[in-house]
Design a protein around this ligand. Structure first.
Ligand SMILES: Cc1cc2nc3c(=O)[nH]c(=O)nc-3n(C[C@H](O)[C@H](O)[C@H](O)COP(=O)(O)OP(=O)(O)OC[C@H]3O[C@@H](n4cnc5c(N)ncnc54)[C@H](O)[C@@H]3O)c2cc1C
Ligand code: FES
Length: 290
């Protein structure tokens, strides 16, 4: 069955992602056809303009950062997104007011594997928290032990509210659903990978296997490949510039290792990903690959 839906979704909420944040925007859309089929790690491809002359040629991919139901007994009706206001597309999307419609294609991509019998360790760099927020909520709702370590350039640039609790900067929204969170900013000289180096030995010492998930800038994911022990399974979500979003144009390929015969294989981020195994990704520049 084709799971992808093409719909006009009504904007329910549109505003700053948190108080005093001018760079991140929160958008909630009424989209039951997509929300009821989606899972964490998937994304929606959105037409950014709402007036004909505004519409840039290409859709913009946005990770689903949460879903909600209009009544407790129903399947999800609404999609939540967090946008970093980068350029034309994201700024046009953020201009939409409640009641206006956005042309959406989704859910797209493969999504994360939801593992329940392991400690879940989520590592978010900046806007990488968008898809991990929903993943953390889903894993915590299933009763798992969930840790989310987040870093950003500054608190102001991080889209979630952060509060000091017990000497640690935490994300109250996720703490409230049972996720153990910690946030650091580059202004304090710390990165999410520094938190990981500190917390990994402590979590490994419990003897419980760890399933890691990471989303963030390429440099963070590349650093992670050097830090993460090879016996820890780690899924990462990649971002590439996209055109079609459905696997047809091959504009979004990344190189992955191919064990047999040894070499490289190209995979589409939009269709085969965006979630891949951390240790499969080739971090060299494309020009370095034979
Ligand atoms: C699978 C996927 C999920 C995404 N989820 C989110 C999300 O939840 N929230 C969010 O804010 N953004 C997300 N993005 C990125 C978002 O789609 C881009 O930021 C957006 O396309 C930029 O569009 P724009 O028109 O605002 O900027 P443009 O005017 O197109 O570009 C502005 C600047 O941003 C750079 N840029 C554009 N796209 C990307 C990109 N994909 N990665 C790095 N730099 C880029 C350009 O090179 C340029 O310097 C996601 C991207 C992918 C591939
Ligand atoms: S964007 Fe067209 S194949 Fe991925």
């Amino acid at each position: 069955m084709n799971q992808i839906r093409h719909i006009m979704a009504k904007v329910l909420e549109s505003g700053p992602a948190k108080e005093r944040c001018s760079t991140c925007h929160r958008l909630v859309l009424h989209a039951p056809d997509i929300a009821s089929r989606a899972r964490p790690g998937q994304f929606v491809h959105c037409v950014p303009g709402f007036m004909k002359e505004d519409i840039p040629l290409l859709r913009r991919p946005l990770s689903i950062s949460g879903v909600s139901a209009n009544s407790p007994s129903t399947t999800p009706d609404n999609l939540e997104f967090i946008l970093r206001l980068m350029g034309t597309g994201t700024r046009l999307l953020a201009r939409h007011k409640p009641g206006q419609l956005i042309d959406c294609l989704g859910p797209l991509g493969n999504g994360f594997t939801l593992v329940e019998d392991k400690t879940a360790l989520l590592i978010a760099g900046g806007m990488g928290v968008a898809p991990l927020r929903w993943l953390a909520m889903e894993l915590a709702a299933k009763g798992g032990r969930v840790y989310l370590l987040a870093g950003a350039k500054s608190n102001e640039e991080f889209p979630c509210k952060v509060e000091l609790q017990d000497g640690r900067a935490r994300i109250p929204e996720l703490e409230a659903v049972g996720v153990d969170t910690e946030f650091v900013s580059e202004e304090d000289g710390l990165l999410a990978t520094d938190l990981l180096k500190r917390r990994l030995p402590e979590l490994a010492a419990t003897g419980r296997p760890i399933q890691a998930y990471a989303v963030g800038p390429r440099a963070m994911l590349k650093a992670l490949a050097a830090i993460m022990p090879k016996d820890v399974s780690c899924e990462v979500s990649l971002e590439e510039r996209m055109a079609c979003g459905v696997g047809a144009c091959r504009s979004c390929v990344v190189a992955l290792r191919h064990p047999d015969p040894p070499g490289y294989v190209y995979r589409r981020v939009c269709k085969d990903g965006p979630v891949f195994d951390l240790f499969d990704i080739v971090w060299a520049k494309e020009s370095d690959i034979d």
